[in-house]
Ligand binder design. Sequence first.
Ligand code: LAN
Length: 644
Amino acid sequence: MNVPSADISHLERAADYLRVHQLDTGALPGDYSGPMFLLPMYVGTLYATGEMPDEAQQADMVKYIRGAQNPDGGFGLGEENPSCVFTSVLNYVTMRLLGVERHDEDLQRCRKWFMDRGGALASASWGKFFLAIMNLYDYRGLHPVPPELWLLPYEAPLHPGRMWCHARMVYLPMSWMYGARAQVPLDGLLSAIREEIHPIAYSRIDWKAARDTVAPEDAYTPLSMPMKVANKALHAYERSPLKPMRPKALEECLRQIRYEDEITNYVCIGPVNKPYNTLVWHFAEPGGERVRKHLERMPDYLWSDRRGTRVNGYNNSQLWDTAFAIQALKAAKDKRGLQVDDLIEKAHDYLDHSQIPEDPPDAEAHYRCPSKGGWPFSNLEHGWPITDCTSEGLKCALLLQDEVKNPIDLERLKPAVDLLLYWQNENGGWASYERTRGPAWLEKFNPSDIFHEIMIDYPYTECSSAVLQGLAAWREVSPGDPRVDKAIERGKDFILSKQEADGSWFGSWGVCYTYGTWFGVWGLLAAGMDPSAPQIQKAADFVESIQLADGGWGETIDSCAQKRSIPTDEGQAVMTSWALLTLVKAGRKDSEAVKRGVTFLRERQLDNGTWPEEHIAGVFNKTCSITYDNYRRVFPVWALALAE
Ligand code: LAN
């Protein structure tokens, strides 16, 4: 082991912070909030079921909403996004449901912002849909979400089973509620809100016209021609009194929902289908056992701190965060002699306990893949395995073989490797949860208005790189499997095909090119490319070219929607770390750029060992920002371990 004598007190402080905050399970807790439509759906669901949180929690939610309001009065899609009608109206409604009076100053500012743009009638379709459930919007003002799609043969490209699982699992309860025209009963408060969010009296609204009104702020993905044509046909179908397949379709939706609920222990795959599935059971079996089970798991999604209470973008991000922490700490131990055996041992426990032991029963009838050996993003109860999470889990398990008391047996890792191989797409890349199941033109039927590329599970640079790294680590301990060799070669070609002309890679799940390029470079190196290869040197040149004057790196969330790197005004610790990780592995450890980056990180560290909260570093579907709170506690450690 190479243990330099240099001062490592800054790394020790960073580790101390993690030590104090590590949970008994070994995981690291962290804020994973940011999308501004989640708390409204949560509160609306509790309001509908008559299970509103206690007063203290309600006040804490109001506190959060007020803090997230943009200076112009509106709310963004995510905390760091510019205002849009969708989340402005939903947060207005939420504050009202939480007991804030309509004359409240913040509410007035919010209302003015969305009224100037046409009120709730100009919201993206996801907002209108939720308002329809809450009886604040008429179902006639929605484009149909036909449950009958679930009865199509799987061969049909439009079968929901071919969609990206997140879109599929959100549109599933939506189809049921649309088909059943489910709505909470109108009460005094809802009647009042109805008149506050629309530009004209509720009874006079032209619902048909409202279907296609979308404020420019909400129309990131305007409806395509084919979608418009399809909507016309679907409306004709809705008008016909005879819908012979509807009862069967609704039954099929319930069957799928039941499966998702039970297999995830009522956690559900994400923060949208969780409240939606709860609502479905509230309407289908009011006061029933399923509603109770759902309500019990609602708080899994909450996050509270001094900024107030809000809803996370997943039930938590613990496996993901813990896997990166393991790799950062192990690097700091190996390269700098940091004493973190206790932390690593506990984190390994979490890893050990969150590997998925079995395939889901009757997987095919529910469009699920095998899961055995995989790792989820959050925890075992959630249980949906993900390509890159599985690979990060595998990497960590291999990394700690000689490190912990009870390393995960290699036999247990074989199914993880099989899963990774199974998930590879024909073009060599890996998508997020499943193989890509539908054609790219399905994106033309994206009805969301506001999210981009949600219809199918696309192969991503990040997921592909993570998997390559896992397979390469596996090959070290278990060489000679031609399936693995071939998968790595094909994966490498996929990553090369995604490199931009300037040497960078676009990041889909982190902001933005610093994230994508880190994965691009590490993926190619794992696949056996030499750091001196022109593609890697070009990537390093790109990274150096976007270093900021203060020695750090930083990109804004707009970089993701606009697909070009847009600098922040100051360096950001997390993005600086990604850049350093890239440069060091590209053979530039001794460069001036790396030295300045290291100084930047060291100077930015807080007394408590972490780094300041800064611009949001996570993103999804090109437009929505999401907080990865632990990134600022983990990535600087990793970068400093390797770069100093
Ligand atoms: C996530 C969270 C984890 C994330 C990573 C594993 C980090 C990534 O590498 C692959 C994609 C994935 C799994 C991911 C996909 C999109 C999610 C699920 C989210 C960003 C968390 C919330 C978001 C979900 C789609 C929000 C609901 C909105 C919809 C448009 C359906």
